[in-house]
Design a protein around this ligand. Structure first.
Ligand code: NAP
Ligand code: G4F
Length: 375
């Protein structure tokens, strides 16, 4: 029999990939989108006419709205909560709104499920941001807390590996991460207290051509795409590397450009480490979690970590630019009041219990994102 799934946050990056996957799997998908004054369905345009896809209006912060949707689809099989104010920097500027959407929104769904007796399986989009400042360490296969005091510091750095997994304690560093922790614990509590089949995926950063344009990977790759197009549009054309600075143009070409200079790429902290994967791979893990007989929380990641600087290296070199230093400016505007310096996941549980591993490498991802702006 055809299964039905409700996706809160269907218009987002993950909501669109998950809809694609579930439709392929034969589901009927009910996507919940909030009212907007402009069209917010860009990422799901290609499925809007699918007879097994239905778009309904709703807002996760409005209890009545959530209740009435769940009441209408009370026989639903699976509910995915992907709705969030998901931008960490924005959460410092709009903490209360972030709390209402990212934290309380999850409670609105879970409590509505209990009140209405909805028996569906539930997925909560938890985040590696919840680990914040914390990590565990492998030293020759042991956890940091198993190593006798003093020993760790005597060992060479090369054999100490920092990572986060399901047992790593949360130490959130932003209003967003704190709201995610609350929703994560709410999911666990409702699983234990009411027996709901509720699972949380602790997903590390995942990206792709559908990523919002203010997240760092998309901001970088979009700028590179614009830069390449700008170079190609120059009067003299461009095959090699030219710098978009007036004085350099005069030096290289003997005359200034005949079009306005392209603003440089303005970024914040380039030293943070992130474990970046491809969003299309990660939504498969979400779905796999809800196919298990027992609910469980899973870390989903690649196990590889790179700095923003390394992302810049790979992205720029994919268009033949080896030195990007003159093209990028570090701007205090993009620094955060508190930073998450290091994320590197360990997804052994997902591999063992779900059979999930990522299909795309870091390099694949970066090149895919740059190319999406060049095509
Ligand atoms: P996203 O692109 O920002 O999508 C968020 C979705 O939530 C959008 O559809 C947005 O609608 C919707 N939304 C926001 N406020 C809402 C409200 N009040 N009521 C109903 N819907 C609302 O995020 P994403 O990258 O797809 O991530 C999906 C989920 O995973 C989020 O919960 C995010 O926090 C979490 N997560 C993401 C990552 C990652 O690296 N991408 C990693 C870990 C966890 P609009 O389109 O109208 O804005
Ligand atoms: O791309 P980001 O904004 O992603 P961030 O903060 O890691 O959060 C994303 O991943 C989380 C999972 O770990 C999700 F839960 C969350 O919803 C979101 O999807 O920033 C990545 C790094 C940060 O260290 C930031 O300080 O890039 C640094 N950065 C440097 N310059 C910048 C910029 N980030 C942004 N957005 N814009 C910049 O100009």
């Amino acid at each position: 029999m055809t299964k039905t799934a409700i996706i809160f946050g269907v218009t987002g990056q993950d909501g669109s990939h998950l809809s694609d996957l579930l439709l392929l799997e034969g589901y009927t998908v009910v996507g919940v989108a909030r009212r907007a004054s402009t069209d917010n369905t860009q990422r799901i345009k290609h499925i809007l006419t699918n007879p097994r896809f239905e778009l309904v209006q709703g807002d996760i912060t409005d209890t009545h709205s959530v209740l009435s949707i769940l009441k209408k689809y009370e026989d639903v099989d699976e509910i995915y909560n992907l709705a969030a104010q998901s931008h960490v920097a924005v959460s410092f500027k709009q903490p209360a709104l972030t709390w209402d959407i990212t934290g309380k929104g999850c409670l609105n769904i879970l409590q509505s499920m209990v009140d209405l007796g909805v028996q569906a399986r539930f997925y909560q989009a938890s985040s590696s941001e919840m680990f914040g400042k914390n990590y565990d360490e492998h030293v020759r296969g042991a956890r940091r807390d198993e190593i006798p005091k003093g020993v760790c510091c005597d060992l060479p750095k090369s054999i100490r590996v920092k990572y986060q997994d399901e047992d790593t304690k949360f130490l959130p560093q932003s209003p967003y991460a704190i709201a995610k922790c609350a929703a994560h614990h709410m999911t666990r509590l409702f699983r234990e207290a009411y027996g709901i089949h509720a699972s949380a995926g602790i997903l590390f950063n995942h990206e792709g051509p559908r990523r919002g344009e203010t997240f760092v990977t998309r901001k970088i790759t979009k700028w590179i795409g614009e830069y390449v197009n700008w170079l190609e549009g120059c009067e003299f054309g461009s095959t090699g590397i030219v710098l978009p600075k007036h004085e350099d143009m005069v030096r290289i070409h003997g005359r200034p450009l005949n079009k306005p200079e392209l603003p440089k790429l303005r970024l914040g902290n380039l030293e943070a480490f992130r474990d970046w994967g491809y969003a299309g791979d990660y939504v498969e893990a979400m779905w796999m979690m809800l196919q298990k007989d027992s609910p469980q929380d899973y870390v989903i990641c690649t196990g590889e970590t790179h700095t923003i600087r390394e992302f810049l290296d790979v992205a720029f070199s994919s268009v033949g630019i080896d030195d990007w230093n003159d093209l990028v400016v570090q701007d205090p505007e993009f620094y955060r009041p508190a930073e998450v310096d290091y994320l590197k996941g360990k997804s052994d549980r997902a591999k063992k219990e779900l059979g999930w591993t990522p299909k795309h490498s870091f390099e694949d991802l970066v090149i895919m994102m740059v190319n999406s702006y060049l095509e």
